[in-house]
Design a protein around this ligand. Structure first.
Ligand code: NAD
Length: 395
């Protein structure tokens, strides 16, 4: 047992600790949102790979609390160690598990490297033991690295072909400066594909199908991003965009396999740009997101991950729904972000934004608060002067 008063320890786009009560309050808010427009039943079981934070956590919460699913989350999170807090994802899943139990539902957690055969086997073993077959497999991994035996690949966020010069906000000193990012080598393009492309999604779905753990009509969904032209060089036309193209191509192949074997299907859902641990690390994107938030909040169309995923389930994925897709077969939850009037305003602000006017014309305060909230800090209703127990377990 170890109670302490916890203050955020932030270094640029990384926060070194997390607040268990703040994380639990975030999860409670997500649960309330998931319950609001959903029937509370309809799904048997879901697996979320990358289910501890961001889009994956919201997916788990929507399925379990919105549609009564038995949930399994695979994640890579740090448990508490002595005086050191756990990572935010650990506290999120501990809270989700607690709330699930109180509601007579079930959330299982497999903590380890999702890329590994060992964690796939462990997950398969746990699902077999529980005797359930999966209605949904959600793939929401955002990883910097993949290891396979003595080989490893690190993903990079770089443009292709030529250097990219752009405005960007430095999250350490909050200055808007011009950055230049050198183009990726061919080896870096391939490494990013190995980490963030479709290979591991396919490996999961095939392993689960071979283990006879997918229900008839099973739906598999992976998340992607497109974004606006101004981030294309670093995102959609960059190394990560190439990896996402690979993920999208793999998803089409998986869909054919699921249709033939189980009458199921696979989709990519293109989601909105939002503050998560993964997106905060991308150059240029935090400045774009700060301007986007300003414009979308003023238009009354702003959503967070919980609202996005509630919409995904309500409109596309929930029981009885057939996903609506674009010409490439993708679900588009980024429709409101990419509305021409929204993007025209963001582009106009982008041309003007400087260090001096950052807090006036961008919602940098919103970005900053959302970033701190990811780790359980600055969450309304939490008394940060009180000591809290950091030694919180997951079963
Ligand atoms: P996130 O950082 O909040 O979540 C990443 C998840 O992956 C966590 O659960 C983490 O524990 C898990 N993880 C990382 N490495 C792992 C490993 N080796 N083994 C097991 N688990 C591991 O990220 P996010 O932003 O929610 O991203 C999830 C997906 O959504 C990604 O595919 C991302 O590209 C996509 N997406 C994100 C945005 C955005 O703006 N954040 C927008 C559209 C799509």
């Amino acid at each position: 047992m170890s109670s302490q008063v916890i203050a955020a320890r932030i270094r640029g786009f990384i926060c070194l600790n997390a607040h268990p009560a703040g994380c639990a309050a975030n999860v409670d808010r997500e649960i309330a949102l998931a319950r609001a427009q959903a029937p509370g039943k309809g799904l048997g079981a879901v697996l979320v790979v990358g289910g501890s934070t961001g889009y994956g956590l919201s997916s788990l919460v929507s399925a379990v609390f919105g549609y009564g699913a038995r949930g399994t989350a695979v994640c890579l999170e740090r448990p508490p160690q002595g005086e050191k807090t756990a990572s935010a994802g650990w506290y999120n899943l501990a809270a989700a598990q607690r709330r699930a139990r109180e509601a007579g539902r079930d959330v299982s957690v497999i903590n380890g490297d999702a890329f590994s055969r060992e964690i796939k086997d462990q997950t398969i073993g746990a699902l077999r033991k529980s005797g359930v077959k999966l209605d949904h497999v959600i793939y929401s991994l955002a990883a910097p690295k993949r290891v396979d035996g003595d080989q490893s690949w690190s993903s990079v966020l770089k443009p292709l072909g030529a250097p990219f010069r752009s405005k960007s906000v430095n999250l350490g000193n909050e200055q808007v400066t011009e950055v230049e990012i050198a183009p990726a080598s061919d080896a870096e393009v391939e490494a990013t594909r190995k980490v963030m492309g479709g290979e591991d999604f396919a490996a999961w779905v095939h392993a689960l199908a071979d283990a006879d753990l997918l229900a008839r009509g099973c739906r598999a969904v992976a998340y992607s991003y497109v974004g606006p032209a101004l981030t294309f060089p670093i995102y959609r036309s960059g190394t990560i965009g190439k990896a996402k193209e690979d993920l999208e191509k793999t998803t089409t192949e998986l869909s054919a396999m699921l249709a033939a074997r189980l009458g199921g299907a696979a989709w990519v859902s293109v989601n909105k740009g939002l503050v998560t641990q993964a997106s905060a690390a991308i150059p240029v994107v935090p400045l774009y997101i700060s301007l986007l938030f300003k414009v979308m909040k003023a238009a009354g169309t702003h959503e967070g991950t919980a609202e996005q995923i509630a919409r995904l389930y309500h409109d596309h994925l929930g029981p009885g729904r057939t996903p609506r897709t674009d010409a490439e077969g993708r679900i588009r939850l980024d429709d409101l972000e990419l509305r021409p009037d929204i993007q025209a305003q963001v582009s106009a602000l982008w041309a003007e934004v400087t260090t001096e006017n950052l807090s006036a014309i961008a919602d940098y305060a919103g970005f900053r608060t959302d970033f701190r909230k990811l780790f359980g800090f600055e969450v309304p209703g939490v008394d940060y002067a009180q000591p809290v127990e950091i030694d919180v377990g997951i079963d």
